[in-house]
Design a protein around this ligand. Structure first.
Ligand code: 5GP
Ligand code: ZN
Length: 111
């Protein structure tokens, strides 16, 4: 855990979040500033800075959870498509430096 990391604080329960999945490696929760209905984030519980830093097992576990939640967005929210997004580095618009996958449901005709 990194003491100054907002996502580590969410994992520890020190900050609130709307959790949608939790297992021994992975946590998924709703994005606080969603860009679409159902926008959520999938993170490894163990702190890693970005795509280059995260251990393969944690990345694979996150990818599988992201796939399950993307399917759920289609089945339960009626999404017409899904974007998976991963930003690594400031130049790629990463703002929280605890690696995460965005699962962004998309709806026909949305902006
Ligand atoms: P990035 O730009 O690093 O890929 O995305 C960071 C994401 O984390 C943003 O979509 C932002 O809305 C979300 N975020 C930042 N702080 C919090 C927080 O405290 N709680 C939750 N649920 N999401 C957060
Ligand atoms: Zn962290």
């Amino acid at each position: 855990m990194s003491e100054s990391c907002v996502f580590c604080s969410i994992v520890a329960g020190d900050l609130p979040s709307r959790k949608v999945h939790e297992d021994e490696r992975v946590l998924a929760f709703m994005d606080i500033n969603p860009i679409s209905d159902g926008h959520l984030l999938v993170i490894p519980k163990a702190h890693a800075r970005d795509l280059h830093d995260v251990p393969a097992d944690d990345l694979a576990a996150c990818a599988l959870v992201a796939q399950q939640l993307a399917t759920r967005a289609v089945e339960r929210l009626g999404a017409d498509g899904v974007n998976l997004l991963q930003c690594s580095g400031e130049a790629a618009f990463q703002t929280v430096f605890h690696v995460h996958l965005h699962v962004i449901p998309r709806y026909a005709g949305d902006p």
